[in-house]
Ligand binder design. Sequence first.
Ligand code: NDP
Length: 283
Amino acid sequence: MGQILDGKKLAQHLGRDLADQVADLKKHGILPKFCVINIGDDQASKVYVESKKRKAEKLGIKQVVYQLPADESEEDVLKLIDSLNADPEVMGLMVQLPVPEQIDSDKVIERIDPEKDVDGLTPANIGRLWQGKHFVEPATAAGIISLLDHYGIDLNGKNAVIVGRSNIVGKPLAALMLERNASVSILHSHSRKLGDLTRRADVLVSAVGKAGMITKDMVKPGAVVVDVGINRVNGKLAGDVDFDQVKDVASYITPVPGGVGPLTVEFLMEEVIKLTRRHHGLD
Ligand code: NDP
């Protein structure tokens, strides 16, 4: 059986370091403050916002949630973003996705000051990411890279295959893997003969959101398998990877839960701290 890539344990370890960094900033009279705008009643979003809040509290980061009604106008959301952009106490700002239909998510994200863009989703920060000159990294992608680093998995010269091309996971992960000199392929719903392509992967990442879609026959023996997917199956959390089968061919594999998920929230907090330090000229 492949070795488990234990994201939960790594997140706990990193959390202690982040708490020390926050304590150090406070000694210098600096309080990292982070704002989340959540619009509407999406149940998954509420769970994510709550888990960020708990993590921020634990680390000593000040987090403010702006919970807006589902019928909030785009204009009012933009005004709120403008006011938080202008607030010198706010170091990080994000809009929880998805947003209700009447709001153009690209437009609201573009309005966030790139210096406060903790998710790294503004066009300016996406551009910097692909130039290899970024100061903020999308949290899930950063968490995956740190997990691979922690287990000594070198990406240099490897074939990395990412299933899923979202702006929040697949694309930024591809940029970070390229930076590490992997040869990267990004697959999506139009990719043909998925198994032929995934079987070429030394490192296979699935970020789709379909339980059990990565089966044993799609994985090269000895590959590293990272499962980003979060699905509910009969009330239980499951990834995209058929874990019970794939664990027998993979050299390393992430579980769900306990793999990538705990690292995402940890790395979001790390981005808040990074932006705070940058704002105060500490790096
Ligand atoms: P999106 O829905 O934005 O993207 C899904 C991607 O999967 C798309 O690129 C889509 O292709 C592709 N896809 C869909 N069906 C297939 C298929 N049959 N074959 C190949 N590709 C397919 O999702 P996200 O990136 O936001 O999230 C993906 C998953 O990861 C979700 O389960 C989400 O909950 C989870 N997630 C987990 C996080 C964590 O911390 N663990 C953080 C963020 C997300 P196309 O572009 O052509 O539509």
